[in-house]
Write a protein that binds this ligand. Structure first.
Ligand SMILES: NC(=O)NC1=NC(=O)NC1=O
Length: 171
């Protein structure tokens, strides 16, 4: 559900807590984040929603990130299933248009190497990035220390989440 036009904020403010959390939960699989954003209502502006949402990302703990990653398919591999998260992932990755089999193979191999090294899926904000750029980031991040990679992963999850939120509230 997205809210078109100026009435979007008032309709969001008017939702029950249950409805607001249900709208926010598919954006990132961290329940406390959806609750924090819902609890901030009524908002005076969409900017206020985004500011609160961004601040709520700063509270994410490593276990939150691990839980959230379970909702993200490997980059370059089509998200299966009918869930809202899968639908969002498909949309974000649709722009990848990875036609070259070589890139698909390189992403697949890089994902596996990344998972062996860091023990979790490689997460990157796909929107606005070419598959080559994603591959470059994957190769670079494979050299990161665990701490540096934890920080980059959290930042990418935040970018994905806030992009998804903006899609609910066309600015
Ligand atoms: N493993 C991933 O990076 N997944 C994703 N990146 C996005 O931008 N959407 C995803 O589902």
């Amino acid at each position: 559900m997205t809210f078109e036009g100026s009435g979007s904020l008032s309709r969001f403010n008017a939702l029950s807590e249950f409805e607001a959390v249900a709208l926010l939960r598919p954006l990132v699989n961290i329940p406390s984040w959806a609750k924090t954003v819902s609890d901030g209502r009524p908002y005076a502006s969409v900017e206020d929603v985004l500011r609160r949402a961004e601040a709520a990302c700063e509270n994410w703990q490593p276990e939150d990130i691990t839980q959230a990653l379970s909702a993200h398919p490997r980059i370059g591999e089509r998200a299966s299933g009918a869930s809202k998260e899968a639908q969002l992932s498909r949309g974000e990755q649709a722009t990848l248009n990875i036609s070259q089999q070589a890139v698909i193979d390189a992403l697949h191999d890089g994902n596996l190497r990344y998972e062996q090294r860091f023990g979790r899926v490689f997460l990157i904000r796909a929107k606005g990035r070419s598959s080559e750029e994603i591959l470059d980031n994957l190769q670079r991040r494979l050299q990161n220390s665990p701490d540096a990679e934890d920080q980059e992963t959290a930042q990418q999850l935040k970018e994905i989440t806030l992009l998804r939120l903006k899609e609910i509230f066309p600015l």
